[in-house]
Design a protein around this ligand. Structure first.
Ligand code: UD1
Ligand code: CA
Length: 452
């Protein structure tokens, strides 16, 4: 089939300079969700009708392989689909979706397409307790006759509870016949796509209705409140899918997945965590409360305590991270590595069984195995203009409050005394210490405040 996605509306009620369809659900523009859904149907063409916010929308979606049709000015949904017509393959049916209806399930669309076939008109409709504002499905003896918009409806029509979601599939050749003939003599002065229903009936074309499994599949976003509502629906769905796979969520209402979260067996995730990009958690990983993980891989059995922030890092198995640890891009940790509170690691590799448990900065460093990095240790990697590497070989012990002025190497098995400022390489297996000799001054008195 062809897919047309309507995305030209302004979305005044969002009260934002950002075009409505670029507002995000799970960190991804609503329009990108709809394009993703469409793509899963393997359509011949995807055409996005854009207008308001024009080039911003196109630029934001530059990576999406779709055709664009500009609608300027926006004269209604019928006029919008008409703009897409030149891009469509007339031999296949056309499915119409909406850039501000982000959560429609692919299965529902497959059902709609299958029911409609190649030469009938298929509508996605729902029964609502409160149908106010929607187009109503007018049936006679059960057969769909036409759609009437709320603003054009009489009292009897307004009492109809079956509403038009807007999503429909139609034979493209029929659209090419119908759309140019639509008029705009209605309450809104618009060219209504919904008027094609009566045209199909006039031609004797069968018109059918399919229903979504859940109402949120067809809910649109017109305001920040509705955006937040669908965000919660989507997050609940993602959380349920994780739990179905066996992931333990301490509270499924308090997790945010903005990308792809892949979990092994017996993973547990405490409340308030945010996952962005692609995150992989190995078997038995435990993520403590309020951690933020973006593009991260974590090996089996590793525990993250509360309030860790990890970005573009790889953590080996059996590690202990946090609380309050920060792993920045380019960090690779081996097995059984401990990174404790207020330790920042950037663009560094730390090998198996090494530990930096308190208050340290490890940047642009290569750290061997079984290294102990004492509290307050800093790699001075930056001279104000250039960055340099620090190399710490296996079995090194670095005393507290040490500065390693890069480029510098600490040889295998070396010990650095506490408070050392290392500016030259430290030889292996020796104690290196750079510190003023300790003196005690006998008879020294503390100053006392002078009387005025
Ligand atoms: C439309 C339907 C209505 C249905 C409702 C479901 C028509 C005439 N009415 O009404 O039956 O119940 O959706 O939400 O179709 N758009 C364009 N270009 C335009 C006009 C609209 O791209 O010129 C896009 C909008 O960005 C929006 C969508 O089409 O995503 C629907 O437009 P909107 O004006 O909100 O239609 P409704 O009045 O809600
Ligand atoms: Ca609408």
């Amino acid at each position: 089939m062809n897919v047309v996605i309507l995305a030209a509306g302004q979305g005044k009620r969002m009260r934002s300079d950002l075009p409505k369809v670029l507002h995000t659900i799970a960190g991804m523009p609503m329009l990108a969700h709809v394009i993703d859904t469409a793509r899963q149907l393997s359509p011949a063409r995807i055409v996005v009708v854009y207008g308001h916010g024009g080039e911003t929308v196109r630029e934001a979606m530059a990576a999406a392989d779709v055709a664009w049709a500009k609608q300027e000015p926006q004269l209604g949904t019928g006029h919008a689909v008409l703009q897409a017509l030149p891009h469509l393959d007339p031999s296949r049916p056309t499915l119409v979706l909406y850039g501000d209806v982000p959560l429609t399930r692919v299965d529902t669309l497959r059902k709609l397409l299958a029911a409609a076939g190649d030469d009938s008109l298929g509508l996605l409709t729902v029964l609502l307790e409160n149908p106010h504002g929607y187009g109503r499905i007018v049936r006679v003896a059960g057969a769909i006759q036409r759609i009437v918009e709320e603003k054009d409806a009489d009292d009897a029509e307004r009492a109809i509870r079956e509403i038009n979601t807007g999503i429909l599939v139609a034979p493209t050749a029929a659209l090419a016949r119908w759309l140019p003939t639509l008029g705009n003599r209605n309450a809104q002065g618009e060219y209504y796509l919904t008027d094609i229903v009566a045209l199909a009936v006039q031609e004797g074309m069968p018109v059918g209705a399919t229903h979504p499994a859940a109402p949120w599949e067809v809910e649109g976003v017109n305001s920040k409140v509705q955006l937040a509502t669908l965000e919660r629906v989507h997050q609940r769905n993602l959380a349920e899918a994780l739990m179905e796979q066996g992931v333990m969520l301490l509270d499924p209402a308090r997790i945010d997945v903005r990308g792809e979260l892949v979990c092994g067996r017996d993973v547990s995730i405490d409340v308030g965590c945010v996952f962005e990009g692609r995150v992989e958690l190995g078997d038995g990983v435990a993520v403590g409360p309020h951690c933020v993980l973006k593009n991260v891989r974590i090996g089996a059995g590793t525990k993250l305590q509360a309030f860790c922030h990890l970005d573009s890092a790889e953590v080996g198995p059996q590690g202990q991270i946090g609380p309050y640890a920060r792993l920045r891009p380019g960090t690779t940790l081996g097995a059984d590595v401990h990174i404790g509170n207020f330790v920042e690691v950037k663009n560094s590799a730390i090998a198996d069984h090494s530990k930096a448990n308190h208050l340290a900065y490890v940047g642009d460093a290569t750290v061997g195995s079984r290294v102990n990095i004492g509290a307050g240790t800093i790699t001075c990697n930056y001279d104000g203009a250039n960055k340099f590497r620090t190399v710490i070989e296996d079995d090194v012990f670095i005393g507290s409050d040490t500065q390693l002025v890069a480029p510098v190497t600490v040889g295998r098995g070396a010990t650095l005394g506490a408070g050392t400022t290392l500016t030259r390489d430290a030889p292996p297996d020796q104690l290196t210490v750079s510190r003023a000799r300790q003196v005690s001054v006998a008879g020294w008195k503390r100053p006392v405040k002078k009387k005025a």
